[in-house]
Design a protein around this ligand. Structure first.
Ligand code: 5GP
Length: 188
């Protein structure tokens, strides 16, 4: 979508290590008008799918996921990063954070991810695919089916897209960053 491409070029910043900083409209301050338009695009793309749940991972996936859930009239479940006091009743897995460089345990309640679920997973970025991999693992544990995944921004110079294609996961990204080399944002 041109709107997101334009906004990335206007307000995005390249940080060292292949990180695109978009905290003025996605990751810290949020632009609800832009987010709703992105959500409309995702909802249109997956309108004909037999979905019954939106799944995301906290924190930055929640805003787009909530708007898509609102538009599609579907419940939104977010994978939690805080370790619960008891693991009873939770599916858990580990996820490597690209931006923080740390591994952490994430979890989702067995009440909210079940074998009857047909899931659309939504996140802000697809980088190396670790967050997506955690979602796949949790859905596998729950015997839930992943219909598709939708990202706001894919960084095509990282491995996440290859990983999802190898897993046979159908996914889309609204904007695709080809390169952040030499401090310049190059979009597809
Ligand atoms: P992955 O798990 O695909 O390696 O990375 C995806 C997660 O890391 C996203 O949930 C996102 O929050 C964060 N992330 C990855 N790359 C970037 C980036 O370039 N900029 C920002 N702001 N977040 C990123």
């Amino acid at each position: 979508m041109d709107l997101l491409n334009q906004r990335i070029l206007q307000d995005g910043q390249c940080l060292p290590g292949g990180i695109l900083k978009v905290d003025s409209f996605i990751n810290h301050q949020l632009d609800p008008d832009l987010m709703m338009q992105l959500a409309q695009e995702i909802a249109r793309t997956y309108a004909d799918r037999p979905l019954n749940k939106i799944l995301t991972i906290e924190a930055s996936g929640i805003a787009p996921a909530l708007f898509v859930g609102y538009l599609m009239h579907l419940p939104v479940v977010f994978i939690k990063k805080a370790k619960p006091s008891t693991m009873d009743g939770m599916f858990t897995t580990t996820v490597h954070s690209f931006t923080k460089g740390t591994d952490s345990t994430v979890c989702v309640s067995k009440n909210f991810l079940t074998a009857t679920d047909r899931v659309l997973f939504i996140d802000d970025f697809l980088a190396n695919g670790h967050a997506a991999q955690a979602a796949i693992d949790l859905c596998h544990q729950a015997s839930a089916h992943i219909e598709a995944m939708a990202f706001l921004i894919e960084k095509a110079f990282q491995n996440g897209g290859d990983y999802l294609r190898a897993q046979g996961i159908d996914y889309t990204a609204i904007a695709t960053v080809k390169s952040l080399d030499n401090g310049a944002i190059e979009l597809a």
